[in-house]
Design a protein around this ligand. Sequence first.
Ligand code: NAI
Length: 237
Amino acid sequence: MSQKRTALVTGASRGIGRAAAKALTEAGHRVVAAARDEEKLKSLVDEGGAAAWVKLDLASAESIKAAFAEAGAVDILVNNAGITKDGLAMRMKREDWETVLATNLTGAFLCIQEVLRGMMKQQWGRIINIASVVGESGNPGQANYVASKAGLIGLTKTLAQELGSRNITVNAVTPGFIETDMTAVLKDEIKQKMLAGIPLGRFGKPEDVAAAVRYLASEEAGYVTGCVLRVNGGMYM
Ligand code: NAI
């Protein structure tokens, strides 16, 4: 049995984050689930999917500071929380651009800053950023979201280089189309079109992504860093 670590998962109230919290708990880690929705976080802890929860709003630097102070030392950070505010670039409101970048990219960066000192001191750490297939491929109508996810991939590679000598690995997971609240809003017609482009012939489940997170967080993944792990059924290679 590998060593028990403390993992903090952002956006753990539902979808991929909730599945990742459960997978890391099953792997024997102490999981702190972080998000805005207290009730959903409490229910996750009640189900045994996490050991503790903290309230976290990524759009607020103060909230991030307070959440990490409450969580204590973190060995494994999963930057999962993310939002979309789609629209064509020509008509995109600056507010929609900024909100998405602030949550998906700046929020993740500030969370990383909160855990770095501790990880560097103990010479062990795992940082896992949930980006997206579109961060590599681009996607019309998602300039803000794609920029944030491509930014996360660049951040991942840079930090892998900065932190490698401290035995801290930094990796990105890029999910394809995963069945969660985020994709439930898409029209059937769009879903069918996307399905046609997926060699494995099905949409992904949150558990498919959670398995990749569990691997990257493990002791066994100690020689994997700066990697972009595609969990997309083959829709982008
Ligand atoms: P979701 O919408 O079901 O869950 C998003 C989570 O982020 C929720 O727990 C939500 O409360 C949290 N969150 C949003 N804004 C927040 C904020 N300001 N502060 C704290 N928490 C906040 O989405 P899903 O599908 O589970 O997505 C998880 C991650 O995976 C996101 O980063 C998303 O961009 C990414 N992703 C999802 C894909 C999909 O097909 N569902 C595909 C590729 C990437």
